[in-house]
Design a protein around this ligand. Structure first.
Ligand code: DAT
Ligand code: MG
Length: 135
C-alpha cells in the first residue's frame, strides 16, 4: 500500500469542513491510518514547507498554517495515492479549481485553500516523517 500526507488547514477546521473533507477521501476508498488535530508548531510548519522558504508568500504561509488547529493525517491507498488526493483537491488557486474538487467547491483564495496534499511519493515520505516520525 501507498501513503500520503493530507492536512485540513486552519481555514477548513475554522469553517467546520473537516468531516466533509475527510468524508470525501473515505468515500473514495482511501483509509486514514493516522490523524491528529493540532495547532502546528512553527518549527514543524517550517520543516514541512521547506521548499517554499524564500518565496514572497512564505512568511504569510507559515503564519496561516500555524494560526489555529489543523487536522493532519496520513491516508493510505493504491500506488500514487498522492495523485488521487491532489486530483480531489483541485489546483492550488481555488479560482482555477473545478466544481467537484475540494478547493473548487469551498475556496476562493489561494492563501486559504483548505487542504494540503503531498505532491509526489518522495514528498509524501518526507512530510509523513515530519508529522508522524517512525510511523
Ligand atoms: P499546493 O498546496 O497546491 O501544493 P504549493 O505547494 O505550490 O501548492 O504552495 C503551498 C501553499 O502556498 C499553497 O497551498 C498556497 C500557498 N501559495 C502558493 N502559491 C502562492 C501565491 N502565489 N500566493 C500566495 N500563496 C501561495
Ligand atoms: Mg505543495
Amino acid at each position: 500500500m501507498n501513503r500520503t500526507l493530507v492536512i485540513v488547514k486552519p481555514d477548513g477546521v475554522e469553517r467546520s469542513l473537516v468531516g466533509e473533507i475527510i468524508s470525501r477521501f473515505e468515500k473514495k476508498g482511501l483509509k486514514i491510518v493516522a490523524g491528529r488535530l493540532e495547532t502546528i508548531p512553527k518549527e514543524l510548519a517550517e520543516k514541512h514547507y521547506l521548499e517554499h522558504a524564500g518565496k514572497s508568500f512564505y512568511s504569510e504561509l507559515v503564519t496561516f498554517i500555524t494560526r489555529s488547529p489543523a487536522f493532519v493525517m496520513v491516508l493510505e491507498g493504491p500506488d500514487d495515492t498522492w495523485k488521487v488526493v491532489r486530483t480531489m483537491m483541485g489546483p492550488t488557486n481555488p479560482l482555477d479549481a473545478s466544481p467537484g474538487t475540494i478547493r473548487g467547491d469551498f475556496g476562493l483564495e489561494i492563501g486559504e485553500n483548505l487542504v494540503h496534499g503531498s505532491d509526489s511519493n518522495e514528498s509524501a515520505a518526507r512530510e509523513i516523517e515530519v508529522f508522524f516520525p517512525g510511523i
